[in-house]
Design a protein around this ligand. Structure first.
Ligand SMILES: [Zn+2]
Length: 242
């Protein structure tokens, strides 16, 4: 198998890849609180791991992960880093602009953080309008909702809850403080008639939304395997697009 990470290739190897393929994977994450048990890098680490595994198995290369995302709502928790929607939008567009020089026409973003979505949707529009590049956005918790629904109860699927924590335990067990796992029912409701920007600490003291203590590395391994299969299916669909 050839190299599957752009940052691990030489320019000659990259030239060879881009002479045969116009598609790349781009993982994007966040550095933000995920409760007292999980690492701040949860979202970037999950996005990176999914993209790299799918790259190794599909032959489509992965770019290095963009670690920082839009995380204003978590800024009351130490260590969280946020960039603005506009900064993320322009940064990703600059990356795409560079890639067009090497013939890239399709990009599959593996997004690890929901807060990035509004900015990435604008990227998808602008990339088509300004660069002629088709940007698809894959999110493991929505694209794979059937998988999640089958494996995890609703209160295990919230921010930093059992699904995400299980993935952390599988991918980077050394980063998880298992003795600090907590369950917390969020205050207030997402189901309102009006939208209001809300900070995490207004709804959860620990930063966890839902049940986390049922997480396990075994559940994480099973979920990871199914998500990679799902992502491989999406890659084939994007590949087949004209
Ligand atoms: Zn997360």
């Amino acid at each position: 198998m050839g190299k599957h990470l752009l940052h691990g290739m030489t320019y000659e190897e990259a030239d060879d890849y881009f002479s045969k393929s116009d598609l790349v994977l781009l993982p994007i994450g966040s550095v933000e609180q995920h409760g007292p048990a999980n690492p701040l890098g949860t979202d970037m680490l999950i996005a990176q791991s999914l993209a790299e595994e799918a790259a190794a198995r599909s032959g489509v290369i992965s770019l290095p992960v963009i670690p920082f995302g839009v995380s204003f709502h978590h800024m009351h928790f130490p260590g969280t880093v946020t960039v603005s929607e506009r900064a993320l939008e322009e940064y990703v567009l600059d990356v795409l602009r560079s890639l067009t020089k090497w013939g890239v026409k399709k990009v599959l973003i593996v997004n690890g953080h929901g807060g990035n979505l509004p900015a990435l949707q604008i990227v998808s529009r602008r990339a088509r309008e300004e660069l002629g590049v088709r940007v698809h956005i894959y999110q493991w918790w929505t694209s794979s909702s059937k998988i999640l629904e089958e494996m995890f109860k609703p209160d295990e699927r919230g921010h930093a809850a059992a699904a995400e924590t299980s993935l952390d335990m599988h991918i980077h067990p050394e980063f998880v403080n298992r003795e600090r796992l907590v369950d917390e029912k969020p205050r207030g409701s997402f189901e309102r008639d009006v939208f209001l920007f809300t900070y995490t600490h207004e709804m959860s003291d620990s930063g966890v939304f839902g049940v986390q203590t049922t997480a396990s590395p075994e559940r994480g391994a099973e979920l990871f395997t199914k998500l990679v299969e799902d992502l491989l299916r999406v890659i084939e669909e994007v590949k087949a697009e004209k």
